[in-house]
Design a protein around this ligand. Sequence first.
Ligand code: UDP
Length: 255
Amino acid sequence: SKPSYKWQRVLLKVSGEALAGDHTQNIDPKITMAIAREVASVTRLGIEVAIVVGGGNIFRGASAAGNSGLDRSSADYIGMLATVMNAIFLQATMESIGIPTRVQTAFRMSEVAEPYIRRRAVRHLEKGRVVIFAAGTGNPFFTTDTAAALRCAEILLFQESNQHPIVESVNAEVVLKATNVDGVYDDNPRRNPNARLLHTLTYQEVTSKDLSVMDMTAITLCQENNIPVVVFNLNQPGNIAKAIQGERVGTLIGG
Ligand code: UDP
């Protein structure tokens, strides 16, 4: 029998901005708890969940660079460290409600988290653990959206096809981008009240119309690897669980 959900393994991207909510602190614990609860509800169904966290609530390299002689690479390393703080906070929240969770960092911080090891990450997922990928790609000049696309491509189920007979018509992998907006609009909804939410988009439309969904590197990586992207609002209760279960939320970007 076919499972009712569409995805078997998902990569959830949570931006730093989304973690902050409207809180004055960097991380709103109500938001991390809401994420943890919804992720718990889907891991119970057997869907495997990996998470990439952003760091924009704490530090953004590109905007900080240049101040007081701070070079871009150093600024970006600080930004990557910021994502580790978010990852540890999210891990602690998830484990407080009983979800086994591992953090893997793109550069070594062995006292705090595991180093990123692809095969070990996949093994954790197979065992039903949530894996949080921190420190982005480990390289300056990239973003955590690109890290999400990269890690998603690395843990695609079809690469492990011997162990994972994939049920036909089940798409096993997707980047789910949790944001503070309902999806992608044809214009800026803050400025134009008539801006329409677009329910589906091709990669081509995203890049040619310069819709600010993800940076170019991230969207191109998804396109080259046929990874669909769903952009949705995480502030709508139930949306994370819906997105992970393959229900229609926000905007779906694909071939
Ligand atoms: N960053 C980086 N390389 C990466 C991922 C992130 O240098 O592969 C740095 C970059 O400075 C970025 C910061 O980490 O501004 C926080 O990540 P991002 O802005 O992607 O977070 P989000 O917008 O999702 O909160």
